[in-house]
Design a protein around this ligand. Structure first.
Ligand SMILES: Cc1cc2nc3c(=O)[nH]c(=O)nc-3n(C[C@H](O)[C@H](O)[C@H](O)COP(=O)(O)OP(=O)(O)OC[C@H]3O[C@@H](n4cnc5c(N)ncnc54)[C@H](O)[C@@H]3O)c2cc1C
Length: 236
């Protein structure tokens, strides 16, 4: 079962609370039944009947026992507009994920920079993680420093272009907060694996927000699979 959604009518979520960072559902392929059928084909048991309770139990069994291949026939394509530092984490997911990204060699990059609505502090327990401001961070000063750094960097990019420097070199002065945009297609196995790692308190906070938006858009497409997956993660 294929469902192709035109970009203009795509469902879009804005995980970072600005009107730039976004996850749009572009298309999906397959449904919960496809997972059941691709598992049951091994004994000739695939069928056209609506999803049953027995089918749902099979999905849960497949997830619990790590029989992953039946989940690979289903695909979800997102258009993701995210800061480069988030994209650098998304692109680490190598298996079952396809990506095409805007090229800063082809086009002049737009002035689109992420500015955190709230700055966080370094976590003490996890050297990679962050914690919410406990009121001791000077939010205004942090915002000012961030904006100044952005201004210098983007102005330098434009000046280099004006000097006649090629786009592929000029972009080298741009910061990690620059928004990039890509199409990402995950199969459902790789999507669930991604969500386990990135919708997790140990992951980069902004990446968690993107992961949650992706889950929110994908869950209604594969409701039985997500139900079983969430139950397993809750230990039920
Ligand atoms: C909280 C967090 C912190 C992180 N910190 C860092 C960091 O500091 N530095 C850093 O470099 N990365 C870091 N990463 C990235 C991490 O190491 C993985 O590259 C990333 O999460 C992708 O996971 P993956 O390899 O399981 O996914 P995929 O690349 O999609 O692979 C899926 C699965 O396929 C199998 N697989 C894939 N490739 C191979 C292979 N070559 N050989 C054998 N089996 C393979 C594995 O079972 C793997 O789990 C971090 C990730 C998280 C979630």
């Amino acid at each position: 079962m294929t469902n192709v959604v035109a970009l203009s009518s795509a469902q879009v979520l804005y995980p970072l609370g600005d009107d730039i960072g976004s996850v749009a559902l572009i298309q999906h392929v397959g449904d919960d039944k496809m997972i059941v059928n691709s598992a049951r084909v091994s004994f000739g048991g695939d069928n056209d009947a609506p999803l049953t309770e027995r089918d749902e139990k099979l999905i849960k069994y497949l997830l619990r026992e790590h029989h992953g291949s039946p989940f690979e026939h289903n695909l979800v394509t997102f258009k993701i507009v995210c800061p480069i530092f988030v994209d650098r984490q998304l692109v680490r997911h190598r298996v079952g994920v396809s990506k095409n990204e805007i090229s800063g060699r082809y086009v002049e990059l737009k002035e689109r920079g992420y500015i955190p609505l709230e700055f966080r502090k370094q976590a003490k327990s996890n050297r990679q993680a962050s914690v919410a401001d406990d009121g001791t961070l000077d939010q205004e000063a942090a915002s000012r420093v961030w904006s100044e750094a952005w201004r210098v960097a983007f102005d330098s990019y434009e000046k280099l272009l004006a000097l006649g420097v090629t786009r592929e070199q000029a972009r080298g002065v741009l910061p990690l907060a620059l928004y990039t945009e890509s199409y990402y297609t995950f199969n459902v196995r790789s999507l669930l694996h991604f969500l386990e790692l990135r919708d997790h308190p140990g992951a980069q906070f902004e990446t968690q927000l993107f992961a949650r938006a992706m889950a929110e858009l994908a869950e209604p497409l594969f409701p039985a699979t997500f139900r079983a997956w969430r139950d397993l993660h809750r230990g039920e």
